[in-house]
Design a protein around this ligand. Structure first.
Ligand code: ZN
Length: 286
């Protein structure tokens, strides 16, 4: 039976605001029978106005599209001013380049350091993997958001960048044989938040709303100063990502294989998080 739900939305700014974790994408209340007239979809606002917005509630597996700033006291518009290390995408099989965006500062306004600044989810999704403080990522959270939950033009853009998965990859370094993920017709965005201050408190499978606090900016893992490393990849949906680590002989073959699968195999392909940010900023309908 198909339900239509009426959701009374509090309006969110693109500026970072902590949100709550939900255990379900469907609201427990505000459920109404379908009305005769179709409700508008994905009508949300970032303005400071407080209109009551109505929208067609998605099914339990989808979320209304929304993009949130990953850092407290910043906005999507101010992030470029604290970008200290840009994305540099290496060739398949290579682990060089820089696999994400680094945001940091030593002093900003009245803030002495970025240490302890809250880190938020940029998209709603499901916890795919959490990592303890290991090399190189440190305390880390990876969230999966199905590509189908993004606006059509953004889906098209990201799919156009996804290259055929390469065969016979020549790996940089000593990678054990990887176990390829199960391929489906569907792709997902995986967004990774690294070097967090503390061990993640989430579990695989937890549903996360855009803007939920994931932790605070730290210096864990292979990091020389406090910063947020934000990494976005497109890869097969529902991937069962395992514990990953590299560069230390103490790590297991499975950890190294998962690391190589994630970063070098070509199944999970890097793209610039700004493709998501700019799609949201350019969409004036919210
Ligand atoms: Zn980085």
């Amino acid at each position: 039976m198909k339900w239509r739900c009426l959701l009374i939305m509090t309006i969110f700014l693109s500026a970072c605001q902590p949100q709550v974790v939900t255990s379900t994408a469907l609201p427990p209340a505000n459920t109404v029978e379908p009305t005769a007239a179709p409700l508008p979809t994905q009508t949300m606002s970032r303005t400071s106005q407080q209109p009551t917005q109505t929208m067609e509630m998605p099914t339990s597996t989808t979320h209304a599209f929304r993009v949130c700033c990953p850092l407290e006291e910043e906005t999507l518009e101010t992030l470029p001013s604290i970008l200290v290390n840009p994305l540099v995408i290496p060739a398949f099989g290579r682990d060089d380049g820089h696999h994400g965006l680094d945001f940091s500062y030593y002093r900003r306004g009245t803030r002495e350091s970025i240490q302890g600044i809250e880190v938020y989810a940029i998209l709603s999704g499901t916890i795919s993997l959490t990592l303890p403080d290991e090399i190189p990522y440190g305390n880390t959270i990876i969230i999966e958001t199905p590509l189908s939950e993004l606006p059509g033009p953004l889906q098209d853009k990201l799919k156009s960048l996804y290259q055929p998965i390469p065969e016979n990859v020549q790996y940089q370094g000593e990678c054990p044989e990887i176990s390829p993920p199960t391929l489906t017709e569907n792709l997902s965005v995986y967004h990774l938040y690294a070097h967090l201050e503390n061990s993640p408190s989430f579990q695989k499978g937890d549903l996360i709303n855009c803007g939920v606090q994931l932790g605070t900016v730290g210096n864990s893992g292979r990091s020389s100063n406090h910063h947020l490393h934000l990494e976005t990849r497109l890869g097969p949906s529902g991937a069962d990502l395992g514990d990953m680590a590299f560069y230390e002989t103490k790590y297991t073959e499975a950890q190294r294989a998962n690391y190589c699968l994630w970063r070098m195999s070509g199944y999970f392909q890097l793209f610039d998080p700004y493709l998501i940010f700019n799609a949201w900023l350019a969409d004036l309908t919210h």
